[in-house]
Design a binder for this molecule. Structure first.
Ligand SMILES: [Zn+2]
Length: 484
């Protein structure tokens, strides 16, 4: 495919894998008037429709998925928030957009999803709750500028007042209330991005335990119990922590209660969307930035590996433009960018082309770079033709691990097969290609701050004149599982 330089420059969409979900959707003719994209942080794909006590723990998500297109084999581009959301926002894989470390943020010359939609006449709003996506927190020296690129309004609820002694993220109920306000003045075409954190460690949300009845049979006061649970979640999140069988069961219960609570709020959000925009005119897309470990390989959390428990994500598209049904093929949620471009251009003004589409829907990749205090390893993952390849390189770029899995027989990726040289080379080639493409286009992630140098206990990197970090942020990052 021959492309002009301008298209190449803006062609982030193709750089992830070069495709869209469109060919899998059997698109209806109707073009959605509005789009709402919901990202549920650290939401495991296997929680969608999971039954406990004979009932689904996600009845509201089930209802939305049942009326729309459900992608049961969707993957995120990374197991950490920043790289993954950067991929959703640009359609590009991490090697292309370069947002691989906490210090990096979206390149200014990236053509983001809201920028693209804005060009099509949408007014773009964001309500987000994750500290890594804060538009600006100058007061604590983390100017994560970049993720607000293209949004008309960017509401950052990532620094809420402490509740139950913990300040981790705003409650989903508050996010829904804000969405209601934002949509009350909705314009002709609206794009709303909503980011929920309930399923991120410490798997809380103010009050869900009490509301969902987790403590119903317990004599201990909810607040006391709450603190104990938070401590358990924090301890389980540490690499190498010992977790007993009883504690594991409790951890799963806490996570599932967070799922149940978030599902209820998603149900309320659907009502808000219907009242303010009309569900019949709104395409609702629901996904996650990554999954969550619940004891797999002895770990709890995310951002360590690229195995299926952290790369499989829910993906639902419901509303005009999507055809109901279940899609089995493996797709990346980073393909949403190109999919939305294709779906939304017919009705609106002509949008700038995000090209490079090469129509290889069977090839899905993910990349992850561990950051201190975890070992500096670079993970890569390639999925195609029912097989996955997972590789690890050390900090010198040396391949130290390569495993292959037959996803049909072993979707949890627990029985590694010998990885083929051909697949290893294919993944290395894809990464090289996208990195050189990014260089060619002058696309490089912005360096925002030496965040980890400031306050990680890493003598090698800590600098004498590093600015002091707000202790409240340190508490928050500890609650979220990033500091121990
Ligand atoms: Zn996340």
């Amino acid at each position: 495919m021959k492309l002009s330089r301008r298209k190449m420059l803006y062609g982030a969409a193709g750089a992830v894998s070069g495709t869209a979900l469109g060919s899998l959707l059997v698109l209806k003719r109707r073009t959605p008037q509005h789009v709402v994209l919901v990202v549920m942080d650290a939401f495991r794909a296997d929680r969608l429709g999971l039954r406990r006590g004979g009932q689904s723990i996600t009845p509201n998500l089930d209802r939305i998925a049942g009326g729309g297109r459900l992608f049961v084999n969707a993957m995120s581009a990374c197991s950490s928030t920043k790289p993954s959301v950067a991929s959703i926002m640009t359609g590009a894989c991490p090697a292309y957009h370069g947002v691989m470390d906490p210090e990096r943020t979206l390149p200014r010359n990236a053509f983001t999803l809201p920028e693209m939609l804005k060009a099509g006449g949408f007014r773009c709003h964001c309500i987000q709750t994750n500290v890594w996506l804060a538009a600006e927190r100058a007061v604590i020296v983390i100017p994560h500028i970049g993720f607000n690129q293209g949004f008309d309004t960017y509401e950052d609820l990532s620094a809420p007042p402490a509740k139950n002694g913990i300040s981790a993220y705003a409650d989903a109920a508050e996010v829904v209330a804000r969405a209601d306000e934002v949509l009350s003045t909705a314009s002709e075409r609206v794009f709303l991005y909503v980011h929920f954190m309930e399923t991120h460690q410490p798997w809380m949300g103010a009050g869900p335990r009490e509301e969902t009845g987790l403590y119903a049979d317990e004599k201990i006061a909810p607040n006391t119990r709450y603190g104990e649970d938070a401590q358990l979640v924090a301890r389980a999140g540490e690499t190498g922590a010992e977790v007993s069988e009883a504690e594991h069961r409790r951890l799963v219960q806490i996570y599932d209660e967070a799922v149940r609570y978030l599902d209820r709020q998603i149900g309320r959000l659907a009502q808000v969307i219907d009242r303010r925009l009309g569900l019949d005119r709104t395409l609702v897309v629901i996904t996650s930035d990554h999954g969550e470990e619940l004891g797999e390989r002895g770990w709890y959390g995310h951002g360590r590996t690229l195995y299926s428990e952290v790369t499989r994500v829910p993906l639902v598209m419901s509303g005009p433009g999507s055809a109901p049904g279940v899609e089995q093929r493996c797709v990346s949620n980073a393909w949403l960018y190109e999919t939305l471009r294709r779906m939304l251009s017919p009705g609106g003004r002509k949008m700038p082309t995000a090209a490079l589409a090469d129509e290889r829907p069977s090839r899905v990749i993910a990349q992850h770079r561990c950051f201190p205090p975890r070992q500096r390893k670079q993970w890569g993952k390639l999925v195609r033709d029912g097989f996955s390849l997972v590789t690890v390189k050390d900090e010198n770029g040396r391949l130290v691990m390569s495993e292959s899995y037959n996803l049909n027989d072993d979707p949890s990726e627990v029985s590694p097969l010998q990885a083929s040289e051909q697949d290893i080379e294919a993944l290395a080639r894809v990464t090289r290609d996208y990195a050189s493409l990014a260089r060619k286009h002058g696309l490089s992630a912005e360096y925002t701050t030496s965040f980890w140098q400031m306050h990680m206990n890493d003598g090698r990197e800590k600098t004498q004149d590093a600015p002091k970090v707000d202790s409240r942020l340190q508490d928050q990052l500890r609650a979220l599982g990033y500091l121990h």
